[in-house]
Design a protein. Structure first.
Length: 271
């Protein structure tokens, strides 16, 4: 992932260390919240202090304030912190403002059948950010994927978006992003990934052949405005018994048809 600190907002003054000149306390609090991720959902004061290079006293003070406002919650037994319910409220509010989901949903729903999972996501900070997911009725997982992130290089939805980007973006992405293997099928050679992105451009869709998760294959399709600008992407995912190599071209046609209809809808709605 490209370092966030490498992005400079036009017109914003930078401090000597490269960080924006904002209220220091606010900046510390936001850095603390930013540490809570899917892989690190819980932290102690000492762990946050070491990870951020901020004194324990300062971290403790910030956490106390964040806990008072329900942005974090401290377990009474472990004394460790996790995100609070106020974050859930803000997440719902942010999600509800993504009107592109409302435009896309009628065209995503018909793609859902059998054991398929339909994902709808946008490009955010050089990753896929899922903003909608449709699951089969008999799903074997008990959480939503909305709000989760995934790599661009080893997911069909990510490669569909990456293939639409200019060469300069792809070059920068590959320089800053380690192609860490998620499975034995993950493409970890930048040249091989470039070749696959070129193939994706030619045929109009991408594939994930057990590159992200063993036993799961996916087809991804970009969604553009009528002027060709990328706005989102969708993917059709399922077990290898359902998303077969022979069946991928037909599945891709379904995805491409949905993409065209969503693009038309976005254009007519003035999105």
């Amino acid at each position: 992932m490209i370092e966030r600190s490498a992005v400079v907002v036009a017109g914003r003054r930078q401090a000597d260390d490269g960080t924006p000149k904002v209220n220091k306390s606010l900046y510390k609090a936001l850095r603390i919240l930013d540490c809570f991720t899917e892989t690190t959902p819980e932290w102690s004061v000492s762990e946050l202090s070491r990870a951020l290079g901020i004194g324990k006293s300062s971290v403790s003070t910030m956490l106390a304030l964040l806990a008072e406002m329900d942005f974090v919650y401290q377990s009474p037994t472990s004394k460790r912190y996790e995100l609070g319910l106020r974050c859930l409220e803000l997440g719902y509010l942010a999600s509800s403002r993504l009107v592109i989901r409302d435009y896309a949903y009628p065209y995503l729903e018909p793609l859902l059948r059998g054991n398929r999972i339909i994902y709808f996501g946008i490009l955010n900070q050089d990753e896929v950010l899922y903003i909608e997911a449709l699951f089969p009725v008999r799903r074997r997982i008990n959480y939503s994927s909305v709000g989760r992130r995934a790599p661009l290089y080893c997911t069909a939805i990510g490669k569909a978006m990456l293939a639409t980007m200019p060469s300069a973006y792809i070059d920068t992405y590959l320089r800053h992003t380690p192609l860490v293997p998620a499975t034995e099928h993950t493409l970890t050679d930048p040249d091989q990934l470039r070749a696959e992105l070129e193939q994706t451009r030619r045929r109009g869709y991408s594939t994930d052949l057990q590159e992200r998760e063993l036993g799961i294959q996916c087809v991804g399709v970009p969604i553009r405005r009528m002027d060709g600008t990328l706005v989102a992407a969708l993917s059709i995912s399922g077990p290898t018994s359902e998303i077969t190599l022979d069946g991928i071209p037909q599945i891709a046609e379904e995805g491409l048809a949905a993409s065209r209809n969503i693009s038309i809808k976005l254009s007519s709605a003035g999105y």
